[in-house]
Design a protein around this ligand. Structure first.
Ligand SMILES: CC(C)(COP(=O)(O)OP(=O)(O)OC[C@H]1O[C@@H](n2cnc3c(N)ncnc32)[C@H](O)[C@@H]1OP(=O)(O)O)[C@@H](O)C(=O)NCCC(=O)NCCS
Length: 200
């Protein structure tokens, strides 16, 4: 059982690691950009202080093993270009929700797919000593604005299925929007990763 604060994952082009104060400018560049926040569940950031508050909040959540957010560091640039998170971790029901955002200029290159494969592998790894071994997660969920076609494509690429739509569930910046609820089950993920056909 690894403390979330010690987590660090490397993919082909990215390093995934907890956020630190020195990432504040990079984070503000992402979450202060209306293009990135168009379908996000909170308004566009107005100042850099929000980045520092996020990092401070994350530090506590990571230490308590509550929520996990990791910054995506593009190794060729040496800076944070996005984030992925695992939150609403429900140990009793062995499920959690995922969230993700990528800076606008880094989209369309498969970077988020690369990061999410690593995150899902981590979440569903039940081997003794794996960071989430005690949670034995069985199901991951995502809640997206159905108009967010790039996000829907990212989820579908991973094997998430659209399981339902909740009407007019979010009020963000005076705008009302629906929720598209997606789910991914561990047996389906393992079958997909091993190239076996899915049974359901
Ligand atoms: C959702 C979001 C992360 C998707 O970003 P993305 O760059 O499209 O996602 P991926 O990294 O999976 O890249 C896939 C795209 O890269 C292309 N691509 C290029 N090289 C690739 C590679 N090696 N592997 C996979 N895809 C590749 C794919 O063809 C695809 O483009 P397409 O959709 O035009 O076909 C991004 O739109 C975003 O951050 N949006 C704002 C925040 C947000 O809405 N988050 C979700 C809230 S629920």
């Amino acid at each position: 059982m690894t403390p979330f604060s010690d987590l660090s994952i490397h993919t082909e082009r990215l390093s995934l690691r907890p956020l630190v104060e020195a990432d504040a400018n990079d984070l503000f560049a992402i979450f202060g950009d209306p293009r990135v926040m168009r379908y996000w569940s909170t308004p566009v950031w107005a100042d850099r202080e929000q980045a520092l508050r996020l990092v401070a909040g994350d530090r506590e959540a990571l230490a308590r093993r509550e929520d996990l957010r990791l910054g995506l560091v593009r190794r060729d640039l040496g800076r944070v270009v996005g984030t992925v998170s695992l939150f609403r971790i429900d140990a009793g029901n062995r499920r959690a929700e995922i969230g993700y955002a990528l800076g606008a200029e880094h989209q369309g290159a498969g970077l988020m797919s690369e990061a999410l494969v690593a995150l899902v592998d981590l979440a569903f790894d039940h081997q003794p000593g794996a960071p989430f071994d005690d949670l034995r997660l069985h199901r991951l969920e995502a809640d997206i604005d159905p108009r967010n076609t790039a996000s829907a494509a990212s989820l579908t690429r991973l094997g998430f299925q659209l399981e339902g739509t909740l009407r007019e569930r979010w009020q963000v910046g005076g705008e009302i929007s629906d929720s598209g609820l997606y789910g991914l089950l561990r047996p389906d993920w393992l079958a997909r990763r091993s190239g076996r056909p899915t049974l359901r």
